[in-house]
Design a protein around this ligand. Structure first.
Ligand SMILES: CC(C)(COP(=O)(O)OP(=O)(O)OC[C@H]1O[C@@H](n2cnc3c(N)ncnc32)[C@H](O)[C@@H]1OP(=O)(O)O)[C@@H](O)C(=O)NCCC(=O)NCCS
Length: 184
């Protein structure tokens, strides 16, 4: 059975191998163990048979914006709904905090679209650009796609792309490119 729950400090040593594996594959940014301890309240993990088989974090950026980061599922457990369960829990936390929007930057937009996110443009997330992207060495060669989940009715459709542009937007580079977000 897979148990999806908030992370605890004692999980961190068991989280690191999966985080390091996907960082090595450049699927996520490297996360230092100290950074994971410091941000432990941001994390949701999936545990099975005493092993951490998936995780993701919700980084609050401002009063109206948070980012899903470092979402990784053990390759042996992919396609079993673990990613969905982790994202659902992170979104539930965001709702409980009163956040109107949650975004992710991803090379797997198809997964996030399945979760109900919509394609957006990074310029609709200026706080992200100002905080991280402008410092990124890949600022001009980014292959990530911005996806956004509006959590309240007031969040307008101005953030969303026309879904008829889905294919080309998912395949092309964002207008303001970004990739390597700075670690906290
Ligand atoms: C992307 C990832 C998080 C998905 O997690 P997962 O547990 O395998 O996904 P789930 O089983 O919860 O899938 C939920 C739905 O999304 C779909 N889906 C999963 N990965 C997908 C992808 N890459 N593209 C399109 N759809 C995808 C599934 O088919 C499923 O659809 P369904 O509900 O219609 O059956 C996982 O494959 C992963 O860790 N990949 C490597 C690391 C990575 O790229 N992380 C993303 C960083 S932003």
């Amino acid at each position: 059975m897979i148990n999806v729950r908030k992370a605890q400090l004692s999980d961190v040593p068991r989280m690191m191998p999966l985080l390091n594996e996907y960082a090595k594959q450049a699927e996520i940014l490297p996360r230092m163990e100290a950074d994971v301890y410091q941000s432990i309240r941001d994390w949701v993990v999936a545990e099975a048979d005493g092993k951490i088989v998936g995780m993701g974090s919700l980084l609050i950026m401002w009063g109206d914006l948070a980012e899903i980061r470092s979402l990784v599922i053990d390759s042996a457990r992919q396609g079993q709904g673990v990613g969905r369960a982790i994202v659902s829990q992170l979104l539930a936390e965001a709702r409980a905090l009163g956040l109107p929007r949650v975004f992710a930057l991803t090379r797997k937009p198809g997964f996030f679209l399945k979760m109900g996110f919509q394609l957006t443009r990074i310029e609709h997330l200026p706080r992200k650009v100002q905080k991280d992207c402008v410092f990124c060495p890949k600022f001009h060669a980014c292959d990530e796609v911005a996806v956004l989940m509006p959590l309240d009715a007031a969040t307008t459709s101005k953030h969303m792309l026309d879904l008829s542009g889905l294919k080309s937007a998912a395949q092309s580079q964002p207008i303001i490119p970004l990739n390597s977000r700075q670690q906290r």
